[in-house]
Design a protein around this ligand. Structure first.
Ligand code: FUL
Length: 498
């Protein structure tokens, strides 16, 4: 927990602040609380809101957020048994990729625009994809490469070759380990596994733990030592963010690719990740502390997390992936898209084709920004508006706003209007547009009319909303409510090919 002192905060507020560690960095007259802060005893809602507006990400969280597109690779014993959750009783010889090609994974992901890939080094069945010294249940006893192979190393090296950051999923729940449930003994084994992964494979940028916790074979319930796990990561790979049961990256709360329309990165610890509201003023009113804990949207390109040949026809469509993109990256989240390698050890053809199409579509989206001088450092008070000129020669249908989150997430409500130049293309042309309701009336608007094309609550690192295609000559952004002065970093208009 880190804090920074805000010079304009009243003495009363400052005196009551309790934090474990403080770091002073300042930016102009403002100072910030890095990652986490406990409210002073008796703080009013207004004081809590003012403090919350100054909570900022760590450098690692900020770097993570800027990646936007990250990939998950579920590969392991389940790939060969056709399961989603193995029992732990599988024979290690069953793991036998016929043509493992980690370069194909990394090359495809890199071409599709992904910045990091997280591999399931161990799933719940306990089978380890690297030749660990901690268990016999690993690749070293498989039939693959005569037990000499190491999937973690092959993939890690491939990531290096293709400029991808590398992350590991290490399941705390282990259905193979005999000591699971004998808490201190298993925790030590788990830390040893973490230590191997974090000391033998170069830089790691994300460590992903889910919280699943079954009963051990000895009938005992495992109590995980999360503090020990996290401190091991911080000690060995300080640049790595810890996800889900970690304290840097938050599970969005579903596996359907659905980020909230109101997605606060500063949230109240202890709330269920599935809650609809993790950070509004209503929630702050009851809170004693807040934490920068941004959302990660994990979803699979197929129905399952692991590869099943019968799902080859069920790879998500491009439209569906683009909806997911707008619902995740476009809603202040990072997308973690799972692509499961098959029994050869390849991404299957339909997945490769879809990933490359998806990469092309995302690149095409950003190809041309019609706003003139939309890279701004606009310090906006609540109620303030700003107009920008727009190149009218291109029609547009996506608006993007960004806050400079290194100075906090503050915008609570905004709207966007455009001055229409040409014929409106009609409401509802963009399939699956949840924001469509906000733009009713666009079709009727004639040239020279200001019309509202988007309205929303939070912005954060990035907020994108789609609207029916328009040719416009100006855009007006209205900051309707904000926790403090908002630092708007970017206003853009793009065209999503239909
Ligand atoms: C869950 C696991 O139980 C699933 O198998 C999958 O790994 C998903 C990403 O996390 O908690």
């Amino acid at each position: 927990m880190k804090k920074l002192i805000f010079m304009r905060t009243s003495l009363r507020v400052l005196v009551g602040l309790t934090v474990l560690l403080w770091v002073a960095i300042s930016c102009g007259r403002e100072s910030y609380y890095v990652k986490e802060v406990t409210f002073p005893e008796g703080a009013t809602l207004a004081e809590k809101v003012a403090i919350t507006a100054r909570v900022v990400p760590t450098a690692e969280q900020l770097a993570w957020q800027k990646m936007e597109l990250t990939a998950f690779l579920h590969f392991g014993m389940n790939t060969f048994t056709g399961s989603e959750w193995g029992s732990g009783k599988e024979d290690p010889t069953w793991f036998h990729p016929t043509d493992l090609d980690c370069d194909q994974w990394a090359k495809t992901l890199s071409e599709a625009g992904f910045k990091m890939a997280i591999l399931t080094a161990k799933h719940h069945d306990g089978f380890c994809l690297w030749p660990t010294a901690t268990t016999e249940h690993s690749v070293k006893n498989s039939s693959w490469k005569g037990g000499q192979g190491d999937v973690v190393r092959e993939f890690r090296d491939a990531c290096e070759r293709y400029g991808l950051k590398f992350g590991v999923y290490l399941s705390p729940w282990d259905r193979n380990a005999a000591c699971y449930g004998d808490s201190p003994v298993y925790n030590e084994l788990f830390v040893n596994q973490l230590t191997e992964l974090l000391t033998q494979y170069g830089p790691v940028h994300e460590v992903w733990f889910d919280g699943a916790c079954g009963e051990g074979p000895n009938g005992k319930k495992q109590v995980y030592d999360w503090d020990l796990f996290r401190s091991t990561i911080h000690r060995l790979q300080p640049q790595a963010v810890t996800a889900i049961m970690g304290d840097d990256v938050r599970w969005v709360g579903n596996e359907r690719g659905w980020g909230r329309e109101t997605e606060w990165s500063v949230t109240v610890p202890g709330l269920e990740p599935t809650s609809a509201d993790l950070g509004s003023r209503d929630v702050l009113a009851e809170a004693t502390s807040v934490r920068w804990y941004p959302s990660e949207v994990d979803v699979s390109i197929r129905p399952g997390w692991f590869y099943h040949a019968y799902e080859d026809e069920q790879v998500r469509s491009l439209d569906n992936l683009m909806d997911i993109y707008f619902q995740s990256v476009g809603r202040n989240s990072v997308l973690l898209l799972n692509i499961p390698p098959d029994t050869r050890g390849h991404f299957a053809d339909p997945d490769v084709a879809r990933l490359l199409e998806f990469g092309d579509a995302v690149r095409a989206l950003y190809e041309y920004d019609a706003v003139v001088d939309g890279d701004v450092i606009w310090t906006a008070q609540a109620g303030e508006s700003r107009e920008f000129a727009v190149d009218p020669s291109r029609s547009v249908n996506v608006v993007m706003l960004q806050e400079d989150i290194a100075r906090g997430q503050r915008i609570e409500e905004f709207s966007v209007e455009v001055l229409v130049t040409g014929e409106a293309a009609g409401v509802g042309q963009v399939a699956g547009v949840s924001e469509g309701a906000a733009v009713a009336g666009v079709a009727e608007a004639g040239a020279g009319t200001w019309v509202e094309v988007a309205r929303g609550t939070t912005v954060g690192y990035k907020r994108m909303l789609r609207f029916p295609t328009q040719s416009v000559e100006r855009i007006r952004v209205n900051i309707l409510a904000s926790r403090d002065e908002a630092h708007v970093a970017k206003v853009a208009l793009f065209s999503l090919p239909e």
